[in-house]
Ligand binder design. Structure first.
Ligand code: HAM
Length: 421
């Protein structure tokens, strides 16, 4: 019988390969948020399909082409979440979080997201994000705060080889004027049928087209920057001044559009130089109209999503190794049944005392068991045979120096504690 493999565009996280690193990356990416007043939120991995079509956008690839959809036996039309912002705003509105205290409501999340994309390195069909959303405040300091926290997280992990791109997409006042000018410009270009259709639904997305043939025609395209109203211009300047004051380097990128429809004003992306085509390690922006699109009150908001998979690849590309917590500090090897019973009790005692301890199961030879002790990375091995037990001791072996000495069974926990485990 043939065996199974993980579905295309997905992969397993495994101990000894990448799972400990992923936990550490998630922990580090979220640490700055936890220090900045963001509360943890979890929402379901599936939602009413309309939440995403209305929230993320009917014209986005993410919703029209890439969403995993299903109809339940009860007839509900659900979609696996392609991103987190729409769900988080839905949950905040449902629970009236915006009415319970001062705004903004600051939330962070960690989870898997699903997009039926062409799978390749760095682009997966299930991927992991750490996300942050600050709901209900229009304040340049909030946009700056989020970018600073993301930058701090990447830096704390040890990443250096990336840049932050910033743009403003304007608001309800100035964007329509720009949109009209862009539509007019695009109508004079030689575009294929699909791109023409996209130009009608969301002309700004055409600016994001990666193809040379399209980019070559866009050199004289009108730029949103030149159409920003005074309010948007001043907002953008304030955000950037705050970044500069915080020592966060950025580049302005007038072509940064992003693939989701809810953005207004500030948009940004962190781009890593070592990742080839899938270079965005994080991105986000302001979405002042999303709450209203979902039937809620006006709640201007801003947020980001950082890609855990890509951050891991970026660390690999930069040759950064993470300081991982020790998994096993002590490894016990019992020789014989009686020794096993006594040592098993000691292992439980050590674990209850907070010392990470493992035990060799099914020992066939001391040589093999000592190999397992070595592989576990433990600093100490405990070896006990029936003769040691008769003397009331176990042999404590320092795995680095190879030194071995007997320790009285009763003194074992305190002895190991003294060694600062
Ligand atoms: P996004 O730019 O679509 O934004 O995704 C954020 C990050 O998730 C990307 O920069 C990338 O690192 C990672 N990512 C996206 N798709 C994939 C994929 N197929 N494989 C691997 N990694 C991927 C959002 O999702 C918005 N919800 C961010 C946001 C929050 N905006 C406002 N608030």
């Amino acid at each position: 019988m043939s065996t199974f493999t993980a579905p295309k565009g997905t992969y397993d996280l495994l101990p000894g390969t990448n799972s400990a690193e992923f936990l550490a990356v998630r922990d580090q990416l979220s640490a700055p948020l936890r220090r900045a007043g963001y509360g943890y939120i979890e929402t379901p991995v599936f939602e009413d399909i309309k939440l995403f079509s209305r929230g993320v956008g009917e014209s986005t690839d993410i919703v029209t082409k890439e969403m995993y959809t299903l109809t339940t036996k009860g007839g509900d039309e659900l979609g696996l979440r392609p991103e987190g912002t729409a769900s988080v705003v839905r949950a905040a509105l449902q629970a009236n979080l915006h009415k319970q205290g001062n705004l903004p409501v600051k939330l962070w999340y960690s989870g898997n997201f699903y997009r039926y994309e062409r799978a390749q390195k760095g682009r997966y069909r299930q991927f992991s994000q750490i996300g942050a959303e600050a709901i209900g405040a229009e304040d340049p300091a909030l946009d700056a705060e989020l970018m600073i926290l993301a930058d701090d997280a990447f830096k704390a992990l040890g990443l250096r080889n990336y840049k932050l791109l910033v743009n403003s997409l304007g608001d309800r006042q100035c964007r329509p004027v720009y949109r009209a000018a862009l539509v007019d410009f695009l109508s004079g270009l030689d575009l294929d049928e699909e791109t023409r259709r996209r130009a009608e639904i969301n002309p700004l997305r055409v600016l994001d087209d990666k193809r040379e043939s399209v980019q070559a025609q866009l050199t004289d395209a009108p730029m949103l920057r030149d159409y920003l109203c005074e309010d948007c211009k001043s907002y953008d300047e304030q955000v950037r001044a705050l970044l500069t004051a915080a020592g966060v380097a950025y580049e302005q990128d007038p072509k940064l559009v992003r693939g989701l429809d809810y953005y207004t004003r500030t948009t940004f992306e962190f781009v890593h130089f070592g990742l080839g085509a899938q270079s965005a390690i994080g991105g986000g922006g302001r979405y002042d109209g999303l709450s209203e699109m979902l039937g809620g009150p006006a709640l201007p908001s801003v947020g980001w999503g950082l890609g855990v998979d890509r951050t891991y690849l970026a660390l690999e590309a930069e040759g950064v190794t993470l300081d991982l917590p020790v998994t096993t500090e002590v490894y016990a090897v019992a020789l014989g049944e009686e020794a096993k019973a006594v040592l098993f009790g000691k292992v439980t005692e050590l674990r209850r005392a907070g010392i990470a301890t493992d035990l060799a199961f099914g020992v066939k030879s001391i040589k093999n068991a000592m190999k397992s002790a070595d592989r576990s990375g433990a600093r100490f091995a405990l070896v006990a045979g029936d003769r040691d037990l008769a003397e009331g001791v176990v042999q404590l072996k320092d795995m680095t120096s190879g030194e071995q000495s007997p320790v009285a069974l009763e003194a074992l926990v305190t002895t190991l504690k003294e060694k600062q485990l």
